[in-house]
Design a protein around this ligand. Structure first.
Ligand SMILES: [Zn+2]
Length: 80
């Protein structure tokens, strides 16, 4: 799975906190996090998010409609 595949699973682009409705998929960023997504491009699991340009809230991809990282744990063979 690639980062871009995950980003395309997002179904919402509205910030619930400030009603900004233009969250951009291409603005998704990530940092290494043990509970994050296993993406092909990175050595460590990545916690992926999109930051709201208006209020600054960092929206995790699963809060925007993408599957939660836990949904991928089994198929990757990781159970931690
Ligand atoms: Zn916002």
């Amino acid at each position: 799975m690639k980062k871009t595949d995950l980003v395309e699973m997002i179904t919402k682009n509205t910030c619930k906190w400030c009603d900004y409705d233009g969250l951009k998929l291409e603005d998704a960023e990530g940092y290494p996090h043990p509970g994050g997504y296993f993406v092909e491009e990175e050595e460590f699991p990545q916690w992926l998010y999109i930051e709201c340009p208006k209020c600054g809230y960092a929206w995790a991809l699963w809060k925007l409609g993408a599957p939660h990282p836990n949904a991928f744990k089994k198929e990757n063979g990781h159970d931690h």
